[in-house]
Design a protein around this ligand. Structure first.
Ligand code: PLP
Length: 392
């Protein structure tokens, strides 16, 4: 018996553990000083009324023999897939039911999709990055290459012709940098992927934060993307499903490698290795697309966007370099006074009682950068920005 030795190559998940330990230590020593938490990567507003109403109806249905549901369809229920098709139609993207797979969220699909590809492949991952892409590729024994996101490219790396890749992760709007690719930039990635015969895994978990109508919310707004991309979406951040769990993945019929339709391989994977999302949760997610559901989730999204705007205004007034905030709940800025990201973390915690996330924890290019999120209260966001302005 041998274990997967790749697990020994994983780096410990020190980032949030270290942040947590430092905050606990501070509150223990300073019990009267309240902390403003701007490190939250989770939503703070609850599920909207329309979703809760549908969830309750579905629970009731499960209690009666006539309406009880057992195992569901492998790809998910049509009542949820069809509104997704309609949503994409509004952006001139035509999808077929067979191309949509309801999931329990973006993280699982970002990881499990690797099961249908050979291991030992070259995987291009941005640095800094959402840590799950890195960890899961280490587990699978893939060869990781980094696409450097830096101040020079405004944290939006472009493809390099001399770099070979088989799989490419793109996250736009990005976690942690909030940076969002425009159409021309995504066109470059699509033509690069086609030239290298690679597949793009496009993580669109934050697409509903995009305000600017000129920015693509889907990779499939780009010509020929259906030949080279998979899009992974989530209800987590747009509709408060972080604890309820639901998302969807789109694999176009045109995506074919070695004569295999990738969507068929994924269906084969899901039928054998995924239990699907419960009927109750899918009914809840269906309500996100109703007229009242849309109105209600937009209200919450606007609340976070207002916070992000306050943060942008503060950083603008300080002439700080930052990305995000405009189409994203994350703001990523250069630490003041040339501090390293952990030094800046300590100063914010000890002197101002503001908690954020040191950029270095997301990759080497995150050194000297810092992430704040818009998921806090308005009052705290305002207070934190006033403190930043008066101290730096
Ligand atoms: N992708 C990115 C870039 C994220 O930041 C997150 C969560 O923070 C996820 C995916 C996970 O999404 P889900 O809750 O749908 O699994």
């Amino acid at each position: 018996m041998r274990i997967n030795n790749n697990y020994s190559k994983l780096k410990g998940n020190y980032l949030f553990a270290t942040v947590g330990a430092k905050v606990s230590e501070f509150t223990k020593n300073n019990p009267t000083k309240p902390i403003i938490n701007m490190g939250i990567g989770d939503v703070t507003k609850p599920l909207c009324e329309a979703v809760v109403k549908n969830l309750n109806v579905a629970v009731d249905e499960m209690s009666k023999e006539e309406t009880f549901k057992g195992y569901g369809p492998y790809r998910g229920y049509s009542f949820l897939i069809n509104p997704i098709i309609e949503l994409y139609k509004k952006r001139n993207i035509t999808l077929d039911e067979s191309e949509i797979f309801i999931s329990d969220g973006a993280k699982s699909d970002c990881a499990n999709i690797l099961n249908i590809f050979a291991t030992n492949q070259k995987v291009l991952i941005p640095d800094p990055v959402y840590p799950a892409y890195m960890d899961t590729n280490v587990m699978y024994g893939n060869n990781i290459i980094f696409a450097d996101a830096t101040m020079e490219n405004e944290f939006l790396p472009a493809p390099k012709k001399d770099v070979e890749a088989d799989l490419i992760y793109i996250c736009s709007p990005n976690n942690p940098t909030g940076a969002t690719y425009n159409k021309t930039q995504l066109e470059q990635w699509v033509s690069y992927a086609i030239e290298k015969d690679a597949i793009i895994l496009f993580d669109a978990a934050y697409k509903d934060f995009i305000e600017d109508e000129n920015l693509p919310k889907s990779i499939f707004e780009i010509k020929d993307a259906k030949k080279c991309a998979i899009e992974i979406c989530s209800f987590s951040k747009s509709a408060a499903f972080t604890g309820t769990r639901c998302g969807y993945t789109i694999i176009p019929s045109e995506l074919v490698k070695e004569k295999n339709k990738i969507k068929d391989l994924w269906l084969r994977h899901q039928t054998s290795a995924f239990n699907g999302v419960s009927y109750i949760v899918q009914k809840g997610a269906q309500a996100v697309f109703s007229e009242e559901g849309q109105k209600q989730i937009k209200k919450t999204l606007n609340f976070y966007k207002e916070n992000a705007k306050l943060m942008c205004e503060a950083l603008d007034s300080m002439n700080a370099f930052y990305t995000g905030g405009k189409n994203s709940p994350y703001i990523w800025f250069k630490c003041f006074n040339s501090l390293s990201s952990w030094e800046f973390f300590d100063v914010l915690l000890n002197d101002l009682q503001i908690v954020g996330t040191p950029g270095e924890g997301f990759g080497k290019n995150g050194e000297n950068f810092f992430r704040l999120t818009a998921f806090g209260t308005k009052e705290n966001t305002k207070k934190a920005m006033e403190l930043l302005k008066s101290n730096f």
